[in-house]
Design a protein around this ligand. Sequence first.
Ligand code: GRF
Length: 217
Amino acid sequence: MKAAVREPLSIAVLVSGGGSTLANLIARIDTRRLRGVRIRRVISSRAGVGAVEIAQRAGLPTTVIRKADYASLRDFGTAIALQLDADDVELVVMGGFLCLWDFPPRYEGRALNIHPALLPKFGGRGMHGMRVHEAVLKSGATESGCTVHIADRLYDHGPIVAQQRVDVLPGDTPESLAARVAAAERELYPRVIQAVADHGLKWLRRFQRAGGGEPLS
Ligand code: GRF
């Protein structure tokens, strides 16, 4: 009997900046290294950024939703959710998204974020970009890495789904460490999204239970 062909997992990518995370997902889907996934919408919190150009060049439906245009974080979060509803999005993928998303309950457990460090260390408000790698080097840590977690309503918080470790090498600069972590991100995020595409959103629930599934590594 022919195996039932699953509908592709419909995702939206939330962006704010350069769009390297989005570009990687587009490339993986285009080269069939990420299968059964369809980007239905790109939502950017800023206009005129690289991520918007990348999305438009790829022909992806793209919307700018700016926090400054809303009276509250809740209204901003609801505006994002209403766009996702309209696109029938199943999984929300944050890629360089720099805002808090105060999502309505229906999106609980359906948003992922990636952070360029081994959370819970080196995360939280203001910890993004080179600041993260500067802090890691300053701490004398001998390893760093990246973390995919279920996004909640705080910065870099929520149950960890997967981590990929990288060495901190003698003589590392924030830039050299950032490049090594970014290479790990380019592998780890598609692996997690592929697992959701293969097993459904329910696969994420194990990480939400206290002491749930061991993070992927
Ligand atoms: C990466 O450091 C990632 O971990 C974090 O945002 C950065 C990528 O931003 N979430 P972008 O995708 O290039 O905009």
